[in-house]
Design a protein around this ligand. Structure first.
Ligand code: GLA
Length: 412
């Protein structure tokens, strides 16, 4: 009986064109690797297969990384005579289904890229006017994740354009995580939750700690990419829109692509404190031990993946130390301290001196009334005196520590 009612309900929903996003695909921030930051348009079958191998062999899969995403450049410049997208035969001689099968055979998920406009940002055919046709192709290729860009969109309405693709994905019957990449231009945090699972909040990231990189300087096509700090400062008041199944996305990471070890620590820790999607953008074939340690830090990843899904924030800056807090489940906290200065600092930090109320998490922090156990997650150290006594540590320029504070039983 129950089954019959369900079938009737599904038929009615289908005949009325009922549509929605695929719910529940991103209960915690999605994790994976994307080709763009290192390979740009220069991708091919071997690169993708190598990354899938590395996910398993380097322990990235065990650390929670799941999606291997091919960004722009996987197709030819023209659709075929039936208006289907054509997989580039030079780059992917065996087609993409073979690559997707390979990725799946490793227990991983497969992602792809296109764009809401007439062309992708790299000048390949976009999905405008072909949404249902393209979505069907992705489903047949075994795609699990679609990153959907915003170039060549003219006067398109962003919410409508992304809704059309959401509906097209749903109509395929294959659950596909939908990643909106419209750079925050149309404030997707205001309308994106029923449409996608994550949305970019900024222009493209650039591999630097604190810079703006101007492309096409002086030309009408001028645009900028941004370092780690400018991206973070760009959107100060949207953390209330972050949460399970709909995440603010500050872009794929640049860890391992040329910043200092300390800056890489901080870049990774900031993404974790912001409960951001964690997409690697480095060449895993050339990874150093140091980078591997940074990106597989399970304690920091656990903070990112905390099921409460609260985006942490900068609570205050003291003497060039930026102090961040992220409310975690069970009344616990992550407290990050970042050295913004150019000098190494000897720090003595008294948790009791930090008092605040997080209006989004609706939690207050005061170690004068609540004690916590203290574990530092970048260098993996326990501080036996907990929050009772100040903690002492050295921080190199742009380096960080991230404390996980776990409630001790009993109030003081
Ligand atoms: C845009 C996106 C990038 C990347 C490129 C591909 O710039 O923001 O992340 O996908 O397009 O052309």
């Amino acid at each position: 009986m129950k089954k019959t009612i369900l079938s009737i309900a599904l038929c009615l929903m289908a005949s009325f064109g009922f549509s929605q996003k695929w719910e529940g695909l991103a209960k915690t921030p999605p994790m994976g690797w994307n080709s763009w930051n290192t390979f740009a348009l220069d991708i091919n079958e071997q690169v993708v297969k190598d990354m899938a191998d590395k996910f398993v062999n380097l322990g990235l899969k065990d650390a929670g990384y799941t999606y291997i995403v091919i960004d722009d450049g996987w197709m030819t410049k023209q659709r075929d005579e039936n208006q289907n997208l054509v997989v580039d035969p030079q780059k992917f001689p065996n087609g993409l289904k073979e690559v997707s099968d390979y990725v799946h055979s490793k227990g991983l998920k497969f992602g792809i890229y296109n764009c809401a406009g007439s062309h992708t940002c790299g000048g390949f055919p976009g999905s405008r006017g072909h949404e249902y046709q393209d979505a069907l192709l992705y489903a047949r290729l075994g795609v699990d994740f679609l990153k959907y860009d915003w170039c060549s969109t003219g006067k398109l309405n962003a919410e409508e354009a992304y809704t059309t693709m959401r509906d097209a994905l749903y109509a395929t019957g294959r659950p596909i995580l939908f990643s909106l990449c419209e750079w925050g231009d149309n404030q997707p945090w205001n309308w994106g939750a029923p449409i996608g699972h994550m949305w970019r909040i900024s222009g493209d990231i650039f591999c630097c700690w604190d810079c703006e990189y101007v492309h096409d300087k002086g030309l009408p096509t001028q645009w900028s990419s941004w370092g780690v700090l400018p991206i973070i400062k760009m959107r100060q008041n949207i953390r209330q829109f972050n949460g399970p199944d709909h995440w603010n996305d500050p872009d794929m990471m640049e860890v391992g692509n040329g910043m200092s070890v300390e800056e890489d620590h901080s870049h990774f820790a900031l993404w974790c404190l912001m409960a951001s999607p964690l997409f690697l953008g480095n060449d895993l074939n050339k990874i150093t031990d140091e980078t591997l340690k940074t990106i597989t830090n399970k304690e920091l990843i656990a903070i990112d993946q905390d099921e409460k899904g609260i985006q942490g924030y900068e609570v205050e800056v003291r003497d060039s130390l930026s102090i961040w807090a992220k409310s975690l489940k069970d009344g616990n906290w992550a407290i990050g301290i970042f050295n913004l200065s150019k000098q190494t600092k000897q720090v003595s930090f008294d948790f009791k001196s930090l008092k605040f109320t997080d209006d989004v998490a609706k939690e207050s922090f005061d170690c004068n009334t609540q004690e916590y156990k203290v574990r530092e997650c970048v260098n993996h150290t326990d501080y036996k005196t907990g929050t009772k006594k100040p903690v002492n540590f050295t921080l190199k320029s742009h380096d960080c520590v991230v404390f996980k504070l776990e409630k001790s039983t009993g109030k003081k």
